[in-house]
Design a protein around this ligand. Structure first.
Ligand SMILES: *Cc1c(COP(=O)(O)O)cnc(C)c1O
Length: 406
């Protein structure tokens, strides 16, 4: 017997939801690969990837299989018990990265919260109570809990919620001299996104990351890479740090890790992990069998030479066409990013108007993203078909042509 629900629509959002989001005017109901259908049956191409989350698009057979098989076996046991999918996932993450130890949790903010708490704990244990300062970058984004908005470099997200977490300094991104001037023996961690995502899809300079590594070593501070957005194949490498060849002490991963199922991980070394002794940190849902089964299946697909090489090739396909569109309509001053995390920077004439591009694209049956008011962001499935890229960019060009009155 099927239960009859009252039909819901976008207008209900404004009546039953906290108004902290401004979702698009349509309601997606189904997806397959890089196509999505809304309530009216309209088909859209998805270049937004659930904000760099749906790494294998929608309803990928390997993920559906992993989820449904696990759903019939075991969903949750808590961390009073461990479980097989969690152990397999952690083994795969350790084998594929610098890390020896993994802490599993449910969101990017939680992975960062664990990273920042670990950094403070390590410094406290090794050097005493005065070494607690964290240096982060202006315009960075690390999540929405009070600690992570305080570390994040965008005051609009942290102002107005009472006292912030103390001991946090922000310096301009990609500015090694500013970091050098700010760091001291009171610094416990330097936190960097190897590619700033929300801040405008801005990749780090190699010399900046190398310099940050050296400064951290000099001052006994941990180098924390927030790879929540740049990780899990998005850059064309499993993690962006592997592209740069600069290894952090702690790395946070989420978004693409579950391909749409909420799961996250903090990766670190054995020596550092030993500071999180029994009882020091935890989460009820972290490492639950469902999420871990999905993430394990996702890693098996993404962490292959074919898929990672495909991401780099698809980057070029996007970039070439976006540069053409930018030139033809005068809307972009440049196209940047890595792999399938791409930002088209609006030209002076269009600065501040990224939302208009979002709406214009939606009118042409295309889902895209902004990264702040000045950057149009693309974060599609890592296995998006070339034909979908071409068709989506045709739609995007039509949107831009209408917007510019060309
Ligand atoms: C999205 C994001 C986060 C926060 O992740 P949530 O899952 O929303 O908590 C943290 N850091 C970066 C770089 C992100 O892009």
């Amino acid at each position: 017997m099927s239960v009859q629900h009252d039909p819901v629509q976008r207008a209900d959002f404004d009546q039953v939801m906290v108004p902290s989001y401004a979702p698009a005017t349509f309601v997606p109901v189904r997806g397959a690969g890089s196509r999505v259908w809304d309530q009216s049956g309209r088909e859209l191409i998805d270049f937004s990837g659930g904000i760099a989350v749906n790494a294998l698009g929608h309803a990928h057979p390997a993920l559906v299989k992993a989820l449904t098989e696990q759903a019939g076996k075991l969903w949750h046991v808590s961390n009073v018990f461990t479980n097989e999918p969690a152990l397999r996932l952690a083994r795969k993450l350790v084998d594929a990265t610098f890390a020896d130890r993994v802490f599993l949790c449910n969101s990017g903010a939680e992975a960062n919260e664990a990273a920042f708490k670990l950094a403070r704990r390590v410094a406290h244990d090794r050097f005493g109570a005065d070494k607690y300062e964290i240096i982060a970058a202006t315009n960075s984004f690390h999540g929405r809990t009070l600690f992570t908005v305080s570390v994040g470099g965008q005051p609009k997200y942290s102002d107005g919620f009472g006292p912030k977490i103390q001991g946090i300094t922000h310096v301009p991104y990609n500015d090694l001299e500013a970091l050098r001037a700010a760091i001291s023996d009171k610094t416990c961690a330097v936190v960097i996104e190897p590619i700033q995502g929300e801040g405008g899809v801005l990749p780090a300079d190699l010399a900046y990351l190398q310099g940050a590594r050296a400064l951290c070593d000099e001052h006994n501070a941990l180098l924390v890479f927030d790879e929540v957005q740049s990780g899990v194949g998005r850059s064309g490498h499993l993690y962006a740090y592997q592209h740069y060849g600069v290894t952090p002490d702690v790395l946070s991963s989420a978004k693409s890790l579950g391909g749409g199922f909420p799961i996250a991980a903090m990766l670190t070394t054995e020596a550092l992990a030993s500071h999180l002794a029994v009882g020091t940190h935890g989460t009820t849902y972290g490492g639950n069998p469902l999420g871990c089964a999905v993430a394990e299946a996702l890693l098996d697909v993404v962490n292959t030479p074919e898929v990672l090489a495909g991401v780099k090739a698809k980057h070029e396909r996007f970039k070439t066409r976006l540069l053409q569109i930018g030139e033809r309509y005068g809307v972009f001053s440049g196209v940047r990013g890595m792999g399938l995390l791409i930002g088209a920077v609006l030209s002076d004439a269009w600065k501040g108007k990224a939302r208009e591009f979002f709406d214009a694209a939606a009118s042409e049956n295309l889902m895209i993203l902004q990264a702040g008011p000045d950057v149009v962001r693309f974060a599609p499935s890592l296995v998006i078909e070339d034909a979908d890229i071409d068709e989506g960019l045709d739609r995007f060009e039509r949107a831009v042509a209408k917007l510019t009155g060309a």
